[in-house]
Design a protein around this ligand. Structure first.
Ligand SMILES: [Zn+2]
Length: 208
């Protein structure tokens, strides 16, 4: 049965959502994220990514500190390696999100950046939270120049909100949505403003 013009109009939203949803979900499930960070923003982002079906693994070498418990971890996890903690709790959040390390990197600043995009940096300027992101087509050096001027991400409620925003940005990059280089300031949960990318010397020279 072919859909009538009326029916297509009536159900367009649903049809569209199902299209995006099906293919999109496959993309999320097949592209992983390495997570480097154990504050409120990093662990919140990890929980959101895992909940949405992105396989997440911890970057080795970090140890859970007394500030870490909250979203995913508990007080008994203090002193444990982050990658071991995540390997245990991520399957509890979503079995689909366990396993194969892969692809992108989501990290709290300061961080070392390498490997495949998407890259999502969680940072701040002492008052606001900041998310800087880079897809496969975004300039590595502009990304680096921008995150170099940012400090550590906020703690508490603003850090949690920043982590949720960071996970959303990562998922959008994974789905090929939006621009491939950019940033957002977060001054309060829900209060988002554009963060200007600092051009690297090459991109600056390329502009007329
Ligand atoms: Zn550049």
């Amino acid at each position: 049965m072919a859909l009538s013009e009326d029916q297509i109009q009536r159900y367009s939203r649903q049809i569209l959502l199902r299209e995006v949803g099906g293919r999109g979900q496959e993309a999320l499930l097949s592209g992983g994220a390495r997570v480097d960070g154990l504050g409120a923003s990093g662990l919140t982002a990890t929980a959101y990514l895992a909940g949405g079906g992105t396989p997440v693994t911890g970057v080795g070498g970090l140890t859970m500190g007394p500030w870490s418990p909250g979203f995913l971890a508990s007080a008994r996890d203090v002193g444990r390696p982050v990658d071991a903690m995540l390997a245990q709790v991520v399957p509890e959040v979503n079995p689909d999100a366990a396993g194969t390390p892969g692809g992108g990197l989501l990290a709290e600043l300061p961080a070392a950046w390498s490997g495949d995009a998407p890259w999502v940096a969680l940072g701040g300027d002492g008052a606001r939270g900041a998310v800087v992101f880079r897809g496969a087509d975004g300039c590595v050096w502009c990304f680096g120049e921008t995150v170099r001027h940012l400090g550590t991400p906020p703690d508490g409620a603003l850090g949690v909100a920043l982590g949720a925003l960071g996970a959303l940005v990562f998922q959008r990059l994974r789905l090929g949505m939006g621009s491939s280089l950019g940033g957002r300031w977060l001054s309060a949960p829900g209060a988002v403003a554009d963060l200007e990318i600092r051009p690297c010397s090459r991109c600056k020279a390329a502009k007329p």
